[in-house]
Every structure is written in C-alpha cells, then in structure tokens.
Design a protein. Structure first.
Ligand code: NDP
Length: 295
C-alpha cells in the first residue's frame, strides 16, 4: 500500500490563488478587503507570524494594516484600538495575535472584536454559531484541516474521526467541523484511557496535542488519514528541528494518507486566515459566500 503525503504547502498556494481570484472580483466592485493584525509586545515567534501574515495578505491583493503596540500598553488602550477597527469600513478582518501580555484578559479582548470581523473565529459568538451549525467565522487551523480532508477524501460522511486534543483553538472546533460533515467524532485528551486503542478506530485521526511525535504508528488504523497539527521545535543530533505531534515514519508506514511537518497543516493556517478575510468582506457587502473557502 502506498501512502499519500498530503502537500499542505501546495494546497495552501491553491487556496491563496482562489482568495486572490475573489479579491480581484471585489476590486472590480471597488472593494478592497482589509485585514488588521494587532501585536502587543515583542514575542519573537509572534513577530514572525505577524510578518508572514502581512506579507501574504498583500500578495493576494488585500490591504494589510499592522498595529504594533508596546508590551506595557494598557488593556483600555487595546480595547480602544479594537473599537476603532470595528468601526472602520476599510477593515473586514481583525486579528489580535496571541498570547497577550499577562496583564491583559485575552477573553475580554477577543470578545471585544466585532464577531463579523473575527477572522480567527475565537469570539464567543462564533464559537456558539459553529457549535449550533450556523454560519460562523471558523478558526483557521481546523478550517485548513477540514479543507485538506475534503480535498483528499471527498465526502467525510459516516467516517470515524478521532481528534486528540480539546483546546478551544484547535481540538474543539475541529471536532465541531467534523461533526458538521457527518463524521462520528471522538474527542480524546490527557485523561483518555487506552489512547492508542481509541485512535485505532479512526478513519480520520487528527493530532493536536503539543507533544513531539507522541502519536506513533501503533495509534493508526491501516489506511487511515492522519492530520498532524503539531508544531514542536526539538533538538536532535545537535540541531533544532521542527516535528509534529505524530511520529511521521511509523505513522506513515500504516496510514493511507498523512500530513508532514513542516509543509502540512502549518501553511494552511495563514491561507485560511486570508480565506476568512475574503469571506468576512463578502458577508459585509451582502455578496454570496465564496465557494470552497468556508466550512
Ligand atoms: P493545547 O496545549 O492548548 O492543548 C493540547 C491538548 O492535548 C489538550 O486538550 C490536552 O489534554 C491534550 N493532551 C496533552 N497531552 C496529552 C496526552 N499525553 N494524551 C492525550 N492528550 C493529551 O494545544 P493547542 O491545541 O493549542 O495546540 C496543539 C498543537 O498544535 C501544538 O503542537 C501547537 O503548536 C499546534 N498548533 C499548530 C497550529 C498550526 O498552525 N499548524 C496552530 C495552533 C496550534 P487536556 O485538555 O486533558 O490537558
């Protein structure tokens, strides 16, 4: 049996191409989608993410507005900026880069974003809309996973899906999306008993654990599709290396298809941020939903 390596980099490029097509269509109507990214402080990883987001936003033809605030910015000042962005018709998407400094209440800040502009899909209204199967802004990483699964498998209806991890940003929304596509969904976590046995029931296995290479081939049902959300920087043979939550070699030997790290889920996350911004812009202007870019 040959294992398909799902190429997230190529798929993300395709999604960005679709986004660029919609942006061109909007420009013909005199509308330029705009994404505002707010970064508080100087966390190096966050700075890299924000730079990449800004670059890719411009590459697909959208306007990028970066707001870099000092680490000692008060919560009130951040909320005032969000209120201005909420009211700004040129801004269709707002993303506040997490984590925020310790003196800020992240829930309060995220819930201050207009839900219609909440392109990260973390606002409590969007969480509720997704959970009740209504039109929501969907968190980017799980949306990217869903797109890759649909692309690879076609219909997901009736498949057994196991999501390892129950975080609000990945595990829970991933499970909701799979349920929305009529999978039979199990959410596993650190208290799950006999995790390998639970995982071996999965036709679709999504690992979002944050533990380097924890999910080995012994967790994988033969022929299953394995989505590795993990991004872990580890030292091996004296060099820093990026690995997922899945032990790639052993899992790939059993799986029917698998996403690599790097080059799997990672590139899809920013592509889906751009997709969400175009979706938000369409909705703000009463236009039909962009095809293939939403849940
Ligand atoms: P969290 O730390 O918020 O959640 C991890 C989840 O894994 C928790 O629900 C936890 O269970 C569960 N878990 C931890 N240890 C075990 C274990 N031994 N067995 C079973 N379950 C376990 O992480 P995130 O959801 O934010 O991220 C998960 C991974 O995805 C990370 O590697 C992160 O870097 C990556 N990531 C990648 C993104 C991308 O763009 N590709 C974006 C976001 C995240 P419990 O709740 O019981 O503690």
């Amino acid at each position: 049996m040959t294992t398909t390596i799902i190429d997230g980099k190529a798929f993300a490029a395709k999604v960005r191409g679709q986004v660029a097509g919609y942006v061109a269509g909007l420009k013909e109507r005199g509308i330029i989608p705009g994404l505002a990214v707010v970064l508080v402080g100087e966390d190096p990883a966050s700075q890299v993410y924000v730079r990449n987001k800004g670059k890719q936003t411009v590459e697909v033809g959208m306007n990028s507005y970066e707001h870099k605030l000092p680490v000692d910015t008060s919560e009130a000042d951040l909320l005032a900026l969000i209120a201005r962005l909420n009211a700004d018709p040129a801004v269709h998407g707002i993303l506040v880069q997490l984590p925020l400094p310790g003196h800020m209440n992240a829930d309060l800040v995220i819930n201050a974003i207009d839900p219609a502009k909440d392109v990260d899909g973390f606002h409590i209204s969007n969480v509720g809309l997704l959970g009740t199967g209504q039109k929501a802004m969907v968190p980017c990483t799980p949306l990217g996973c869903l797109m890759m699964l649909r692309d690879h498998l076609g219909s997901l209806s009736g498949l057994n899906a196991v999501v390892v991890g129950r975080s609000n940003i990945v595990g829970k929304p991933m499970a909701q999306l799979l349920l929305g596509d009529s999978c039979t969904v199990t959410i596993a976590h650190s208290r799950t008993k006999d995790l390998p046995e639970v995982c071996r029931r999965a036709d679709i296995l999504v690992a979002a654990v944050g533990r380097p290479e924890m999910v080995t081939g012994a967790f994988v049902k033969p022929g299953a599709t394995v989505i590795d959300v993990g991004i872990n920087r580890i030292e091996r043979d004296g060099k820093m290396k990026l690995v997922g939550d899945v032990h790639f070699e052993s899992a790939a030997a059993v799986a029917g298809a698998i996403t690599p790290v790097p080059g799997g889920v990672g590139p899809m996350t920013i592509a889906c941020l751009l997709a969400n911004t175009v979706t938000a812009c369409h909705r703000a202007n009463g236009l039909p939903e962009p095809q293939g870019l939403t849940a």
